[in-house]
Ligand binder design. Sequence first.
Ligand code: PGA
Length: 253
Amino acid sequence: MGFICAGNWKLNKGPKEANEFFEDFQAKAQGLLLSDFAIYPSAFSLYTVSQELREKGFNWGAQNIYWESSGAFTGENSVEILKEMGATQCLVGHSERRALFGETNEQTAQKMLALANQGITPVLCVGETLQERKSGQTNAVITSQLREALKGWNANNSFWLAYEPVWAIGTGEVATPQQAEEAHQVLRAELEKLLAEKSKKTPILYGGSVKPENAFELAKMPNVDGFLIGGASLKVDFFRQIYQQGTKAKQSS
Ligand code: PGA
């Protein structure tokens, strides 16, 4: 696996725009290792994306999921349905889900387990608010979010971890490379504590206002294995440029 570029489209791009994105992406994809990429479209665009990406090695999946497999849960989607569509991954615990939709640490743990049971790779997001950073709680917050989400976790299952400081998401205010590296080191150490040897296979992505202009410096940090990109993943050219900068940074360090 090379440098990972994952795109969180949030509530953007219906099926038509999703389709246009992948046509453009594939036209420009020569020389790119598709397994380094991931996309999380809105639930209503997943079917279109499944037609574009099935069996291409590109990772893709939903932005949220429910842990029950079926039943009277109006408005929810299950891991089983996601799997049937051919998805390989799913975001869990994004700060917007935590802040706007009240997602708790207990729920992130349930989602992680439901996904792993079906062989779908969870992409767990953790991150501190500005207030938590200012009051020196960053490390305590992110390690506790990680620990709580891994309750009952079997170390043989795979997941990706994304460090996304809430104050850097969608604000244009990116973490400095040193801030990102410090948080990633803390998370790496916590992973080792929780999962021992098996922790090595979990990549740690940075997310929060990643752009082609700041990608190189962030990617030079030894513990930054990739990015989770919101706004800049909506444009094929930005997405590709970020990947190229990330790959170049890793090759040069
Ligand atoms: P952003 O979002 O790149 O637009 O800041 C990142 C995310 O929320 O995953």
